[in-house]
Each structure stands twice: as structure tokens, then as C-alpha cells.
Design a protein around this ligand. Structure first.
Ligand code: FMN
Length: 171
């Protein structure tokens, strides 16, 4: 029986080249809702999502995140911040929210990727997040410029899965 969630996990790829077409409002809203609806440890929901669609803002993000210059060409980006005081689970919580957004976007044919990793002080300051927040990542979104389906590279199943005891294959 087809499983749409598994299909999204199976086919999603990091997209770094975007068609400049804007994203429909309902699609953008659904992506943000996916973040908001994500589960977090003790249901603390330590995150804040800043949606950036303004071209100047997107270019700024592309220049501030060294490993994500292509955000400049995305249709939108979400700055994912988390409240530092909420403790050790915040990065896991916000990471999980990012994965929700990536998969829901992909389900709507929208590509995205994770860029940067914590301590993006320059992004925090430029986009006005209070100093009680740390920026975990900047996630650009947009329709993929080219068809990339089927190019996923992962370790073989038996290399990363054991049954009952480490090293014993599931078969
Ligand atoms: C925590 C994390 C941080 C990442 N940081 C970056 C980044 O800064 N820039 C980037 O282009 N890709 C980044 N990526 C994307 C990965 O490089 C990419 O997902 C991985 O190489 C596998 O490629 P695929 O998703 O196309 O299968 C990041 C992914 C994760 C999960």
C-alpha cells in the first residue's frame, strides 16, 4: 500500500538551485504549520520561525550563511531560532521541526535544504531575534530548478541496521 510519508522520506533531497517562481500562500503557510505542529521534549516548543520572502532579505541570508549562498535565489527562507534557556533538548526539537517543514514542502513539490548550524549571530542580529534565541539554521524553499528525483546516496541497509544485537543483519 503506498505511504505518502515514506515516499517523501525516500525521495526528498537537498535542493540548492531554485526556480524563482513565488510559492503559493497556502503552501508557505502549510510549511510553517508543519514546524509549529511538531512535537518537542516536554512540549516546550522552544522555536521561532521567521519567514523571509523579500528578495533583499534572501540575498542578505545568502551572504550571511557561508554554507548556503544559494538562499539568495530561493523563493522564501525560514530562519529557525530556539530559546536558549529551554535546555538541552532545544536543538533536537528545532531540528525535528526543520525536518517536518522539509518533508511537507517536498510533498507540495517544493525543494529546500538545511543551511548553517547554530550560533548564526549575524543572522540573529540582522533579522531582529532577541538575544535569548540562538539561530539553529536557515532553510531556503523554492521549486527545484531541475528534476533531481532518484539521486539519493545512502549507506546500505545492513550497514546501518541490526536485528536484536549490533552487527546481526535483519536479513
Ligand atoms: C544538520 C544538517 C546541516 C546541514 N548543513 C548544510 C549546509 O550548511 N549547507 C548545505 O548546502 N547543506 C547542508 N545540509 C544538507 C546535507 O549536506 C545533505 O542533506 C546531505 O549531503 C545529503 O544529501 P541529500 O539530502 O540530497 O540526500 C545539512 C544537513 C543537515 C541534516
Amino acid at each position: 500500500m503506498p505511504n505518502a510519508v515514506f515516499e517523501a522520506v525516500r525521495t526528498v533531497l537537498a535542493i540548492r538551485e531554485f526556480d524563482p517562481r513565488p510559492l503559493p500562500e497556502d503552501v508557505v503557510r502549510r510549511i510553517l504549520e508543519a514546524g509549529r505542529l511538531t512535537a518537542s521534549a516536554r512540549n516546550v516548543q522552544p522555536w521561532h520561525f521567521v519567514l523571509v520572502r523579500d528578495r533583499q532579505g534572501l540575498r542578505k541570508l545568502g551572504s550571511l550563511v557561508r554554507t548556503g549562498p544559494y538562499t539568495a535565489g530561493a523563493a522564501a527562507a525560514v530562519i529557525v531560532g530556539y530559546e536558549k534557556a529551554t535546555g538541552q533538548y532545544a536543538v533536537s526539537d528545532a531540528s525535528r521541526a526543520i525536518q517536518s517543514m522539509l518533508l511537507v514542502a517536498w510533498g507540495d513539490g517544493v525543494g529546500s535544504n538545511w543551511t548553517g548550524f547554530t550560533g548564526l549571530e549575524n543572522v540573529r542580529l540582522e533579522f531582529g531575534l532577541p538575544d535569548t534565541y540562538d539561530v539553529l539554521a536557515v532553510v531556503p524553499f523554492g521549486y527545484p530548478k531541475r528534476n533531481v528525483i532518484g539521486k539519493k546516496k545512502r549507506k546500505p541497509f545492513d550497514e546501518v541496521v541490526s536485528s536484536e544485537r549490533f552487527g546481526s543483519p535483519l536479513g
